[in-house]
Ligand binder design. Structure first.
Ligand SMILES: Nc1ncnc2c1ncn2[C@@H]1O[C@H](COP(=O)(O)OP(=O)(O)OP(=O)(O)O)[C@@H](O)[C@H]1O
Ligand SMILES: [Mg+2]
Length: 309
């Protein structure tokens, strides 16, 4: 087994519009390393280049320059394509097929035989919670049910690498929890899951590593625990709002938000937390609450994206 399920080297994609005579750099010098067996979150604001990257990794979009390897192989290797499962961002299914028929159709296309499909189709429908609707037509499905079916299609052939472009965007909270459990179950079986999502609290719960992309370039990449430990934040509540306290706080920390008697401040490191408490007391602030916590993925995302502007 290779150490990395996905490795990219200075991967770049420039879309050229001949009509408008302009070009868009969608992905720029992308160096990604996705360890085998990990759940990897590929994050970034709208238009950052996530879907373009995924399309290149699948061999659907040709890179302008750079290179990449998937499960240690080139994507032109047919054997490796069979080991990848993919849920597209905008999936469009044959509406007249039933859920079961649709999975059979995709399974046959992926080269699975009848015996295997007879076992796998009910198994994956069960995994995504659609057993009861196996014989319903896709056009009768809600958006969330279609998304579940999309995930079933992505894992049907038991791939080693599962690429999910926005797997939970249409799901209700229970559906999201089911998909989270499913992802963790895939990971426990040694699979690599590469997912792109704007639902950062979901990503924080399920991913081991993340990369944050902006304007086609990686701004941060690494182990999620390490990335979030760098800048702790403290939620503070005062008895009464005080400009004097806030001025003092700004000398030792960065105020992220302020609302009446409450504020949230970010310090440079854990060792700065006592200094923040001291400075509030010295400025005459009466604290009702002082709660240090680690930065959330959303805090980090906002900071990284704004920093890069
Ligand atoms: N087929 C295309 N032709 C021309 N430009 C494109 C094409 N596809 C994407 N782009 C441009 O490339 C950039 C990256 O788009 P992409 O769809 O990869 O972003 P994304 O990170 O997936 O965004 P979102 O979060 O909105 O899905 C954008 O500026 C987009 O307009
Ligand atoms: Mg996209």
């Amino acid at each position: 087994m290779t150490q990395y399920a996905i490795e990219t080297y200075r991967l770049r994609k420039v879309y050229r519009s001949l009509l408008r005579r302009q070009s868009v750099v969608a992905v720029d010098s992308l160096d990604l390393k996705v360890p085998t067996g990990c759940v990897f979150g590929f994050l970034g604001p709208n238009g950052a280049g996530k879907t373009t990257t995924i399309m290149m990794l699948l061999g659907n979009v040709y890179p302008t320059s750079g290179s990449f390897r998937i499960l240690g192989h080139s994507i032109s290797d047919m054997g490796v394509r069979r080991r990848i499962g993919f849920l597209p961002e905008k999936f469009q299914f044959h509406e007249l097929l039933t859920a079961e028929e649709l999975l059979w159709f995709h399974g046959r296309l992926a080269g699975m035989d009848r015996q295997l499909l007879t076992r796998r189709v009910p198994e994956v429908l069960e995994q995504v919670g659609l057993s009861e609707r196996a014989r319903s037509r896709v056009r009768e499905f809600s958006k969330g049910m279609q998304q579940r079916l999309g995930i079933a299609q992505a894992i049907l052939h038991d791939p080693d690498l599962i690429i999910l472009d926005e797997p939970t965007s249409a799901l209700d909270p229970l559906g999201r929890r089911d998909v989270r459990d499913l992802i963790l179950q895939l990971k426990s079986r040694g699979k690599t899951v590469f997912l792109n999502s704007h639902l950062l609290s979901e990503v924080e719960m399920v991913c081991d590593e993340v990369a944050i992309l902006r304007a086609g370039q990686v701004q941060r990449q690494g182990d999620i625990e390490m990335l979030l430990q760098v800048h702790p934040v403290v939620d503070v509540e005062l008895r009464a709002p005080s400009e004097r306290v806030m001025q003092a706080v700004r000398t030792v920390a960065r105020v992220l938000s302020e609302n009446g008697t409450r504020f949230t401040a970010e310090v440079q490191g854990e060792e700065e937390i006592p200094a923040l408490a001291r400075c509030i007391v010295e400025a005459g602030g009466e604290m009702m609450r002082f709660a240090p916590r680690r930065e959330s993925l959303e805090d980090l995302f906002v900071r990284v994206v704004e920093e890069a502007k």
